[in-house]
Ligand binder design. Structure first.
Ligand code: 5GP
Length: 199
C-alpha cells in the first residue's frame, strides 16, 4: 500500500474566530499532532507548560532563535511566539499530520519556506468571524474587560483579518459544530491527494 506524507495544517485568524478550539479539538481526536509553540508571554490561569505552550524567558527564546530551532517566529502583541522545528518535521516525516495555530506573520514565513517537505505538506487556512457584530460579542467575552481592552482587541482583529486573501482556504465561522465539520472535511479531503502518496 502507498505510504502518505504528513499534512501541515497552518491555521490563522483573529482572536474570537474560534481557531484555537478547532485546532485543539482535531488534535484531541488524534487526527493530528498539535504543534506546541514557544512563547515569552506569561501563562494565563489554567495554562500548563508543555501542554498549552512552552513558556520561555526572553533570553531562552533568543538563544533558540540563534540556534536555528524555530521553523518560524514572530512578535505578536508585544510577546515572542515561535514554532519549534522539532514540533513539526519528525511528525511529517513519519506521515503524521500536524496542526499549527499561528499568526499571519508566522504563516507567511511557513509559506515562504524553501524546505521541500514543508512546501509539499502545507495547507493554510484562515478562520474568519461571521461579522463585526458577532466578533464584538465574542471579544467582549464574559463582560469583565474594560471598553479600552475590547476596543484594542477589535482593532487588532480587524487588522489581522486584512490578511485572509493570502491563504489558500478561508472558513467563515458559523456554529462550532458547522465550523468543525468543515475544518475536518478539509483535512480528510487533503489526505486523498495523489501527490501526497508515495507509491
Ligand atoms: P495567545 O497569546 O492568545 O495564545 O496567542 C496570541 C496569538 O499568537 C494568536 O494569534 C496565536 O495564533 C499566535 N501564536 C501562537 N503560537 C504562535 C507561534 O508559534 N508562532 C506565531 N507566529 N504565532 C503564534
Amino acid at each position: 500500500m502507498p505510504q502518505r506524507n504528513g499534512i501541515l495544517l497552518v491555521v490563522s485568524g483573529p482572536s474570537g474566530s474560534g481557531k484555537t478550539t478547532l485546532c485543539r479539538r482535531i488534535a484531541n481526536e488524534r487526527e493530528t499532532h498539535y504543534s506546541i509553540s514557544c512563547t515569552t508571554r506569561p501563562p494565563r490561569p489554567g495554562e500548563v507548560h508543555g501542554r498549552d505552550y512552552h513558556f520561555l524567558s526572553v533570553e531562552e527564546f533568543t538563544r533558540r532563535v540563534e540556534s536555528g530551532d524555530f521553523l518560524e517566529h514572530a512578535c505578536v502583541h508585544g510577546n515572542h511566539y515561535g514554532t519549534l522545528r522539532s514540533e513539526v518535521i519528525g511528525y511529517l516525516e513519519k506521515g503524521m499530520d500536524v496542526v499549527m495555530d499561528i499568526d499571519v506573520q508566522g504563516a507567511a514565513q511557513v509559506r515562504g519556506c524553501e524546505d521541500r517537505m514543508i512546501r509539499s505538506s502545507l495547507v493554510d487556512l484562515f478562520v474568519m468571524p461571521p461579522d463585526e457584530t458577532e466578533l464584538l460579542a465574542r471579544l467582549s467575552g464574559r463582560g469583565t474587560d474594560s471598553a479600552e481592552v475590547i476596543a484594542l482587541r477589535m482593532h487588532n482583529a480587524l487588522e489581522e483579518m486584512r490578511h485572509w486573501p493570502e491563504y489558500t482556504f478561508r472558513l467563515l465561522s458559523g456554529t462550532q459544530e458547522e465550523d468543525y465539520l468543515r475544518f475536518k472535511s478539509l483535512l480528510l479531503g487533503e489526505r486523498l491527494r495523489v501527490s501526497r502518496l508515495q507509491p
